[in-house]
Ligand binder design. Structure first.
Ligand SMILES: [Zn+2]
Length: 386
């Protein structure tokens, strides 16, 4: 390749990166915590208003108590009779970012240290916007739609609501991992939440002649047994909230513990929860109290096998984009878990948005450059699944 054409290529790439970074800096400060994503949806529509796309907002907002549904952006050239690939990013941020002051120096974009930057997941939003604006309808239009989800941070409520059949979605890429570009989540844990409410009997702490039953003591016994119980390697368990009691001179009539269990097999998670439930009920019986137990699936695990079409396709695209593909095993959930639960293979991609949710969150220009290269390949090779 001649030096001239090499330089030309670099210029083209840098313009793209600049465009994506600018989109990100605008998107980052649009207010939109979970269930309040409406301004983000309006921002997205505004950015795409002169394009040949249609918008469809589903009813996720109404069903989850939010002010906005999932926004599905559907380029006019997409043929729903053929398999559709979906790109996903979530609109909500874990913390408010409207007042975030953005620092952009030496290729690094961060906040001023006093708030979350919002790269989780407005960097993903910006990448999808860049795709729709700069690439979607060009060079052999691909059968790719973009879905901007709501309420990811509070349990992927938006993604759980997506009607994948309606859009004939056959595979999905989620642009929402804090891993570096090239890294992707091939195996992801699932998580179940549990809550045990212990009931004892209120009495004066000093003059009741021992007639009270302390729900806190029951909880303490249960917690001791539960934390002694070992979980399989790769699994984790945590009791994160304990609440109970009314006053120091009252034997506590009620105490609640809340926790989570994560693992790579639904059966293993269920097994641990059944054991915990028994431990809670044994503790209650030992003290003469009672317990009510509740558990629910927050997200299910997924595993995309190395010889699956999706992984082979992604690996080829990453190599062509100059990235080293690194499959990862991960314990944090994303919209990819919700899409996999619907039977559609989906992979969460590292986009480099580091230290999510913290004041130290940052992303590099280089991450945008890498992701644009990857998106280019995903677009170009989309015919492979059609
Ligand atoms: Zn996220």
């Amino acid at each position: 390749m001649k030096a001239g054409s090499e330089n030309e290529m670099l210029t083209v790439r840098d313009t793209s990166t600049e465009a994506a970074v600018n989109l990100f800096k605008q998107a980052a400060v649009v207010p939109g915590v979970s269930r309040k994503e409406r301004p983000v949806a309006e921002f997205i529509k505004d950015q795409l208003k002169e394009l040949n796309v249609r918008f469809y907002e589903d009813s996720a907002g109404t069903s989850t108590g939010g002010n906005c549904g999932n926004l599905i952006v559907f380029p006019n050239h997409v043929e729903l009779t053929k398999p559709v690939t979906a790109f996903l990013a979530h609109m909500d941020t874990a913390r408010e970012t409207a007042q975030t002051v953005i620092h952009h120096e030496n290729g690094k974009i961060s906040s001023d240290g006093n708030s979350q930057l919002g790269a989780d997941n407005r960097a993903g939003v910006a990448l999808l916007l860049w795709y729709l604006r700069e690439l979607s309808g060009k060079n052999h239009p691909a059968n790719i739609i973009c879905i901007f989800t709501v309420a990811e941070e509070i349990g992927m409520l938006g993604a759980k609501h997506i009607n994948t059949k309606r859009w004939n979605i056959k595979q999905a890429f989620v642009f929402d991992s804090s891993l570096d570009p090239g890294h992707y989540i091939a195996d992801c844990a699932g998580m179940e939440l549990f809550k045990a409410t212990f009931k004892g009997k209120a009495a004066h702490s000093a003059v009741s002649n021992g007639s009270g039953i302390s729900a806190i003591s029951i909880a303490a016994r249960a917690i001791t047994e539960m934390t002694k119980h070992e979980v399989k390697p790769g699994m984790t368990s945590n009791i994160g909230i304990v609440s109970g009691g009314t006053a120091t001179n009252v034997v506590a009539p009620e105490c609640t513990i809340e926790g989570e269990v994560r693992g790579f097999s639904e059966g293993d998670i269920t097994h641990i929860l059944t054991t915990y439930k028994t431990m809670c009920s044994d503790a209650a019986t030992a003290f003469g109290g009672s317990v009510s137990w509740h558990s629910e699936v927050d997200f299910v695990p997924y595993s995309i096998s190395p010889d699956s079409d999706l992984r082979e396709h992604l690996t080829a695209c990453m190599i062509a984009a100059g990235l080293k593909p690194v499959p990862e095993t991960y314990s944090g959930g994303s919209d990819a878990n919700a899409i996999n639960a619907k039977g559609i293979p989906a992979i969460n991609l590292g986009i480099g948005a580091r230290n999510p949710h913290s004041n130290e969150e940052y992303i590099l220009e280089q991450d945008f450059r890498s992701m644009i290269a990857l998106i280019n390949e995903l677009h170009k090779r989309n015919y492979q699944i059609s």
